[in-house]
Design a protein around this ligand. Structure first.
Ligand SMILES: Nc1nc2c(ncn2[C@@H]2O[C@H](COP(=O)(O)OP(=O)(O)OP(=O)(O)O)[C@@H](O)[C@H]2O)c(=O)[nH]1
Ligand SMILES: [Mg+2]
Ligand SMILES: [Zn+2]
Length: 294
């Protein structure tokens, strides 16, 4: 869908922020989204839907998204997923290969031009098979926090959230269960930011489907029994905000490791958790719920 600007040059609008880019551009010059998203969407003849994954730094976004995409490509629970473009496989490959060496993947860099983007065609084999095209970027927690603290510092975050048809908000349940108020405050800020970006009126609740995923639930197993109750008790500010302002919110618990060891270095690098084996619990459910809402 190239658009003509002036009468000489042809620019391609970015799928995420609409900025015109030269046809040979690899990344959008404004938000760094891969221009391959646009080319793929043109080839498909359909505009994909964006599902964003947000959460504080270290909440578990990269690990979660990597495993989710891998489960989808392995046809978990009758899902089928086709990556559109080889770049879409990078994130899943990074996460799986690190975990095979018993390491968690590295922290996502703050620079948006280094984020991994995944563009997948997903469907669930059922009576009425419905394919959905999804774009899911792996954003850095620090960038999300910076944008929430002073809107427009990371324009791409705002453009993405404004374009999203569903949202996964990841919250560190282990921290919250340990009595830290940080996850609650971050999530509360994120929801209030969303409230203003999506611009709901005072009396109308926001209908965007939001799955709140309580990560690292292996540390707090009671989270699996009743995630909503865990949130009401340990993330009370978030829970109240959701109740007042958002109409489609559901809480989920998730964990990707079965057992952990702790490695202590000789220097001052501190203690590193070593994932001894992978045991996925609750990874697919939040995603499936979002897809069912679309
Ligand atoms: N026990 C446990 N730890 C986890 C789990 N998922 C993630 N972690 C830990 O959380 C850390 C951060 O995970 P990431 O996925 O890199 O977090 P992130 O949200 O992408 O962080 P940024 O890239 O900084 O935004 C990992 O290095 C692990 O130590 C889990 O299911 N169980
Ligand atoms: Mg990350
Ligand atoms: Zn852009």
């Amino acid at each position: 869908m190239p658009i003509a600007v002036g009468n000489t040059s042809v620019y391609t609008p970015c799928l995420i922020c609409n900025t015109g880019n030269p046809p040979q551009a690899v990344q959008c010059k404004k938000c760094y989204a891969p221009m391959a998203l646009v080319h793929e969407a043109v080839a498909q003849g359909r505009v994909p839907q964006v599902v964003s994954i947000v959460g504080d730094a270290n909440a578990g976004k990269t690990v979660y998204l990597g495993f989710l995409l891998d489960m989808l490509s392995q046809r978990a629970n009758q899902f089928e997923a086709v990556p559109r473009g080889a770049y879409s496989v990078n994130l899943q490959q990074t996460v799986i290969s690190h975990m095979a060496y018993r390491m968690f993947p590295p922290k996502t860099p703050m620079e948006a031009d280094q984020w991994n983007w995944a563009y997948y065609q997903v469907c669930k084999r059922a009576k009425h098979t419905k394919w959905v095209d999804l774009v899911m970027p792996d954003m850095a927690g620090e960038a999300i926090a910076a944008e929430i603290a002073s809107p427009t510092t990371f324009q791409v975050v705002q453009s993405l959230l404004g374009r999203s048809v569903g949202l996964l908000l990841l919250v560190d349940a282990a921290l919250a269960g340990n009595g830290s108020a940080q996850p609650d405050f971050f999530a509360l800020k994120a929801m209030s930011y969303l409230d203003s970006v999506l611009g709901g009126g005072r009396d109308t609740k926001i209908a965007l489907p939001i799955a709140i995923v309580l990560t690292k639930a292996d540390y707090v197993p009671e989270c699996f029994d009743d995630p909503a109750r865990f949130a009401a008790a340990n993330l009370n500010r978030l829970w109240n905000m959701c109740d007042t302002r958002f109409s489609k919110v559901k809480f989920f618990a998730c964990s990707v490791v079965g057992s952990l060891a702790y490695a202590v270095g000789t220097g001052d690098e501190g203690v590193t958790p070593v994932p001894l084996h992978t045991a996925l619990r609750g990874v697919l459910e939040p995603f499936e719920w979002i897809v069912n809402q679309l």
